[in-house]
Design a protein around this ligand. Structure first.
Ligand code: KIV
Length: 276
């Protein structure tokens, strides 16, 4: 099988079939996700707190994101790979935004990039327009945009029209403008279900929800939440495995066996010494 393309994704979307996306940050896990049959892998800047040991996404550097993306591309054959542009690697100037986004395709082998857009965010909408004109496919990202966490003040549900939540109207309009700018798909993060539905009905590109309910065109989750490797479960997510416990059990067993002399055995030795 060859790697999914945007027309392949649109074939599913046009047929009304939900699209699937998961995050990955390294080759071995990306290989498993690819074999599991997801349509898209997002090399998210959620690597910050889920892979690189930072507190959040803000410290992730361009070089770290390029390295993660290259590893995911090398580990996969079929999934469409989207690289998330880290905080301030875009938006500072058009030239820098284009150059940095281009590196994900040219050097890391990504199929597309994703970037976050604030409600009515002129700067990023212009960047999406330029990138898509140049042949760099872009996935938009609206709703809760974690790179603006210091402005938003917390993980508030968006679309509720409060001090901490943009209006549904702003989100619908921003999604439409991203579509006009050429975005092939839009992530809706933590948007109230009714507004997510309204957005999905008002654009002709697939919306991919996380914590945005049922009436979107596809779903994305952060892999560490899915595998049970996060410090706490999130109600917007679903845990499908308990790798935290499995890994700890494996490590404890290894330590015990080495300390007790049970491992290694002669089967693990080269030219083993015969004992009388
Ligand atoms: O970085 C990430 O994992 C994301 C998803 C939450 C959509 O942006």
């Amino acid at each position: 099988m060859s790697r999914n393309s945007i027309p392949d994704l649109y074939e599913k979307y046009d047929a009304g079939e939900p699209l699937t996306m998961l995050t990955a940050y390294d080759a071995p896990i990306a290989r498993q996700i690819d074999r599991g049959g997801v349509d898209m892998i997002l090399v998210g800047d959620s690597a910050g707190d889920n892979h690189l040991g930072y507190d959040d996404t803000l410290p992730v550097t361009l070089e770290e994101a390029l390295s993660n993306t290259g590893a995911v591309v090398r580990g996969t054959d079929e999934a469409f790979v989207i690289a998330d542009l880290p905080f301030l690697t875009y938006g500072t100037s058009m030239a820098e935004s284009v150059e940095n986004a281009g590196r994900f395709l040219k050097e890391a082998g990504a199929d597309a990039v994703k970037l976050e857009t604030a409600p009515y965010g002129e700067t990023t909408i212009e960047i999406v327009d330029r990138l898509t004109e140049l042949g760099i496919p872009v996935q938009g990202h609206i709703g809760l945009t974690p790179q603006r966490k210091n402005e938003i003040g917390g993980a508030y549900v968006q679309g509720r029209d409060t001090d901490t939540s943009s209006t549904g109207e702003a989100l619908v309009e921003t999604a439409q403008r991203l579509e006009e700018a050429g975005a092939f798909s839009i992530v809706l993060e933590t948007v109230s279900e009714g507004v997510a539905r309204e957005i999905s009905e008002s654009v002709d590109v697939p919306t991919i929800g996380i914590g945005s309910g049922r009436y979107v065109d596809g779903q994305v989750l952060v892999l560490t939440d899915v595998l049970g490797l996060s410090p706490e479960p999130y109600s917007l997510s679903k845990q499908y495995a308990d790798l935290d416990a499995e890994i700890r059990d494996a490590v404890e067993q290894y330590v015990e066996e080495v300390e007790s002399g049970e491992f290694p055995t002669r089967d693990n030795a080269f030219d083993p010494v015969d004992e009388d």
